[in-house]
Design a protein around this ligand. Structure first.
Ligand code: PLP
Length: 392
């Protein structure tokens, strides 16, 4: 079958590949636990589901304005006021099919062919593909576990060229869980403004930041320099709403119009029912997030102590999201020389599905999602430790 070059250049998602292998083993009767999932294991809060049911019962089932219903866009603007003291109008918000479409549309409207995007590595798997789909060029900057996988201004400046158009920041991070303080983010933002680099801030995990760390955002920088920043976020991770597909972008009104144009010619509005559910989430109080946050902190602590007990592993304490990203390359051998081979072995010998660090641009590491119950998590980490020790 002849396909366009565009699609042949794009790599398939590593997460999906590992999940397919896990399913094959399950079909063959093996017990496989997945620590490869990128979604909370909690139910969507009741009041959010109720709002969707009411929307259906009331016949709220037709097309809506492409960038979202005005109440929801206003509620998103209110979110930035509540958490970051930022004054935004509905015109600064577009509601998208998940955070992913926010990022897709942003790159489509910001990049000309050959424009460079700086991506600190390890990075979320989709960034390079999203840049490629917009004919941009990804420029990676490697960060180190010893520095909590955080990028510095010096490192960014070292890779800046006249073609640099954007920098993508993600805090807390998928896959590392590491989180910038507001002061660290401010330093990077000041550099970007000075050098005329547009910053896309992927803040999809901003509600999953664990004390004593505090949420940090580039929204206040957008307020000061609206032509220099855009913030992408969504409800998938914070409200356990991955399947509902609700994301949004905060940006300059012209950028929002451009993104709406793309959306209007491709996917139109997101599901009308999901919009009513999202409105209920954003206006229904934040207490429902507390138990989820508490469970994640407990599992992070449990996971970290198990991982550190393996020895010869570097794993910074994540301040957010629900991932651990240990550096395990001390255990590599000629037969198991990289993260992909190691994850294959762990699937086979420990019955645990993990995403190799290579998928996130760091072959020294493996990604462990702790979005599952404490007991299962604990058992999986013990088995991973045993397999690692059998290698050396
Ligand atoms: N950004 C990051 C860092 C993510 O981890 C994800 C989902 O895994 C997304 C964006 C996209 O989220 P959504 O499900 O809202 O499209």
């Amino acid at each position: 079958m002849k396909l366009a070059q565009r699609i042949t250049r794009i790599k398939p998602s590593a997460t999906l590949t590992i999940n397919t292998k896990a399913q094959e083993l399950r079909a063959a009767g093996r017990q496989i636990v997945s620590l490869a999932v990128g979604e909370p294991d909690f139910r969507t809060p009741e009041h959010v589901c109720d709002a969707a049911k009411i929307a259906m019962d009331e016949g709220f089932t037709r097309y809506t304005p492409v960038p979202g219903i005005p109440e929801l866009r206003t509620a998103v603007a209110g979110y930035f006021k509540t958490f970051y003291g930022v004054d935004a109008a509905m015109e600064n918000v577009v509601v998208t099919n998940g955070g992913k479409q926010s990022l897709y549309n942003l790159f489509q409207v910001l990049l000309d062919p050959g424009d460079e995007v700086i991506i600190p590595a390890p990075y979320w798997v989709s960034y390079p593909a999203l840049v490629q789909l917009a004919d941009g060029v990804s420029v990676f900057v490697t960060t180190e576990p010893q520095n909590n996988f955080l990028v510095s201004v010096e490192q960014l400046e070292a890779v800046r060229t006249p073609r640099t158009r954007c920098l993508i920041m993600n805090t807390p991070s998928n896959p590392t869980g590491c989180h910038y303080t507001q002061a660290q983010l401010d330093a990077i933002a000041a550099w970007a403004v000075d050098k005329g680099v547009f910053v896309i801030s992927d803040e999809i995990y901003d509600q999953l930041v664990y004390a004593p760390a505090k949420p940090a955002s580039l929204a206040p920088w957008w307020q000061r320099y609206p032509e220099n920043f855009a913030v992408a976020n969504g409800l998938a991770k914070s409200f356990a709403m991955t399947g509902w597909r609700v994301g949004y972008t905060l940006a300059h009104a012209d950028l929002i119009k451009a993104m709406t144009k793309i959306q209007g010619q491709s996917t139109s509005n997101i599901c009308s029912i999901a919009q009513k559910a999202a409105l209920a989430a954003l206006t229904g109080g934040w207490e429902c997030l507390t138990p989820m946050r508490e469970a994640f902190v407990r599992r992070r602590d449990l996971g970290l102590s198990k991982i550190r007990s393996w020895g010869h592993v570097v794993c910074p304490e994540p301040a957010g999201a629900f991932y651990l990203f240990p550096q395990v390359d001390w255990y590599y051998t000629p037969e198991v020389p990289d993260s992909t081979a190691l994850c294959g072995l762990l699937l086979d010998k420990a019955g645990v599905a993990l995403v190799p660090g290579a998928a996130f641009g760091d072959d020294r590491c493996i990604r462990i999602s702790y979005a599952l119950d404490d007991e299962t998590l604990s058992g999986c980490l013990d088995r991973i430790g045993q397999v690692l020790h059998s290698l050396k």
